[in-house]
Design a binder for this molecule. Sequence first.
Ligand code: GTQ
Length: 345
Amino acid sequence: MNDLGRLEDLPADYVEALRRLNLVPLWPSLRAVLPPGKPRPNTRPACWAYETLRPLLLKAGELTPIEKAERRVLVLANPGHGLERMQASAAMYLGMQLLLPGEWAPAHRHTPNAVRMVVEGEGAWTTVDGQKCPMRRGDLILTPTGLWHEHGHDGNEPVVWLDVLDLPLVHYLEASYHVQGERQAQHGGRSGRAYVGSGVVPAPVFQRSEQAYPMLRYPWADVRAALEALAANQPQLESVQVSYVNPETGADAQNILGFHALMLRPSQTLRLPARSPAMVFHLVEGDVEIRVEDQQFRLRAADTCCMPGYTPVTLVNGSSSAPTFLFVADETPLHKKLGVFENRG
Ligand code: GTQ
């Protein structure tokens, strides 16, 4: 590879004359924006242990009333991007949100898409577009772009969930904003259990739903049962995985980020190929070692980690007797829509 001219190689008055006209020479920066062979991601492998984060999140509950926070969240910020940028990867934002008994996080809607993966506690709910979605460990609740949402809590213990948003991307696009709203009237709306039978969808008078997001809540009990059934039915299947989809169309549940659940059989080692999108893993149940490049991360229940794209990742179930269950978020729908998706094996 030939060396390209540097900025310092140019006369200072020439560079200054360019700058005054808002002009920049490409060649000193060409390799930075188009590196050879593969990208140089800022996203680093990073892991957040729930045990270390939890007391600090509960402390936030003492320090900052919900009225002063609106959303009481500690952001899982990837140091490779700089913490103040609050991003886990190029397109993904992760936050751990705390709601205490009796609290209410007021209604708003915004352009970024969000999902909640419930981590701990009982009694909280999110109302999305008028549908009250109860929150239990492992449930996935969608808050797609533009839909009103608010969080409330009728229980008596702290509730914590993981927020996954495409906020860094939408912010980068200069398309991120929110609108405050009134407390929503709760209506039946989409029936929470309407899509429980796989292969059939409700069709009143043979009219299928035309809603863009017909299913908002994916109970963990159903997802876990689907994984166990898949593993039992296909003993040779290496990657026991399901994807969260729109049950009317089979397309990804949301437009930009993809969501999946994965089961590792006892003692299983699963090598995931190097693909262009970054990935997030959240351990719902079990024990896993994640190997990436020359690093290893040991995840216990409720731990979360982030991995850059273009990098193979190996998952090892640390238990020889029990399965391990992971929730996975990634940037695959975005990469596929943009035509930059790659699987390098
Ligand atoms: O719960 O609506 O972590 O608006 C960041 C922004 C959560 C939310 C976040 C949000 C929310």
